[in-house]
Design a protein. Sequence first.
Length: 94
Amino acid sequence: MNHLSDKFILTCKIALVSKKTDIVNRLKIKRREFRAWDHGLNFWDNVSDLANSRRFKAEEKHFLYLLREIDHALSKISNGNYGFCEETREPIAK
């Protein structure tokens, strides 16, 4: 039995799904923008490309991390484990 109300868990699930949708959409936009980036032929354009590539990869890595965390939380909701410490199994306060 979960110590959190069904209403609270549903509210959390809705918020997580909404955040996941937002992140997926932002990631799609970032990927589209990166692919559309004008890759120049001179040295400074290449330096700029490298900086943009690194920035994109860092952002992408962060978005993918957030998506994994959200999916993990959603699976805990589905399994009835949401709101419990993974190490001690003790209830976590709201």
